[in-house]
Design a protein around this ligand. Structure first.
Ligand code: CO
Ligand code: CO
Ligand code: CO
Length: 320
């Protein structure tokens, strides 16, 4: 994307420059389109569950902008010689189930034969331009709240190697299929103006992009960061770390002061998440209102994991 020149269309409110979750295009004074696409290879064996997780992950980028998903298109590539029609139908049914839960109409899609299975959605949503959640609006003093525990990259790698316990696998799946719809609720109430969802670049990767776009730094309290289970640290000891997470840690190290963080904490804080939670920047005066809404929405966590700080360079300090 860096090779492309930025669009100069005056109605483009959020383009690719700020590493945001979705593009935002103004329709009129009160409405803007939110557009995003995401897809990936299977991370669980069950095709219906895979469809649910892929769809929840795609829908999340609209919620992370404070928008409401309106319509979606299926995007699918399948090795039809290996994957039977009923498994393909189950993947699409899983996706449709989540879209329905989100109040989002699936209006069509496109499927090709592909050596590797891939599935996801291209989602279009609506947001009020004055209420959207972006990477660029964080202010020093904002508290950082994370709405899902970390660990899905490590856990799904453990599942593939037969090392993850069934209980932990169930907890991770429950987390990955949960919609981040609370993002729209928070934005509509004007409670949150900056934030993102935590996906492939891990907590610190997405936080670094947010700090860069906002011209701030951040501090993370490593001991407050929620994890899907203590067993995740045992899986890290057994080297269940996906390639993407290793890459994330290498990239993050240029921007992060690790302090006394342990090797396991470094892995967790940069673990590539699938359908991860929202990372929200919240003013202190709005903390109680935000936590109350997260409670009503039954998010899997509502942890204050750090704060935005003033900084010349977008550095992140990790405190143990
Ligand atoms: Co995102
Ligand atoms: Co995305
Ligand atoms: Co956003």
């Amino acid at each position: 994307m860096r090779q492309l020149s930025q669009s100069t269309d005056g109605n483009l409110l959020v383009g690719s420059a700020t590493g945001d979750d979705a593009g935002v295009y103004r329709l009129d004074r009160h409405r803007a389109l939110v557009q995003t696409v995401d897809f990936f290879t299977p991370i669980v064996d069950d095709p219906f569950t895979y469809g649910e997780i892929a769809a929840a992950n795609s829908l999340s980028d609209v919620y992370a902008m404070g928008g409401r998903p309106l319509t979606a298109l299926n995007i699918m590539g399948m090795p039809t010689e290996f994957v039977p029609p009923r498994a393909i139908a189950a993947i699409l049914r899983g996706g449709a189930t989540k879209a329905k839960e989100a109040g989002c109409a699936i209006v069509g899609g496109h499927t090709i034969r592909n050596p590797e299975p891939v599935y996801g959605l291209s989602v279009t949503g609506l947001v009020s331009p004055g209420r959207m959640i972006t990477n660029a609006a964080a202010k020093p003093g904002d508290l950082l709240i994370l709405t899902k525990p970390l660990g899905t990259g490590i856990i799904t790698t453990g599942i593939k190697r037969g090392l993850t316990s069934p209980a932990l696998a169930r907890r991770a799946i429950r987390s990955m299929r949960q919609l981040n719809a609370v993002g729209a609720e928070l934005a509509e109430r004007g409670l949150v103006r900056a934030g993102t969802d935590v996906t492939g670049f891990g907590l610190l990767g997405h936080l670094a992009a947010l700090c860069l776009a906002s011209g701030t730094g951040a501090e993370i309290d490593a001991s407050r960061v929620p994890v899907l289970g203590k067993e995740v640290f045992a899986l890290i000891q057994k080297d269940c770390v996906p390639g993407g997470s290793r890459q994330n840690q290498e990239t993050a190290s240029a921007r992060v002061d690790w302090g006394a963080a342990t090797t396991s904490q470094k892995v967790l804080l940069t673990d590539a998440q699938t359908s991860g939670g929202l990372l929200l920047c919240v003013r202190k005066t709005r903390l109680d209102a935000v936590l109350a809404l997260l409670g009503l929405s039954r998010t899997l966590s509502a942890a204050v994991v750090g704060r935005i700080v003033a900084a010349q360079t977008p550095r992140i300090r990790v405190q143990s």
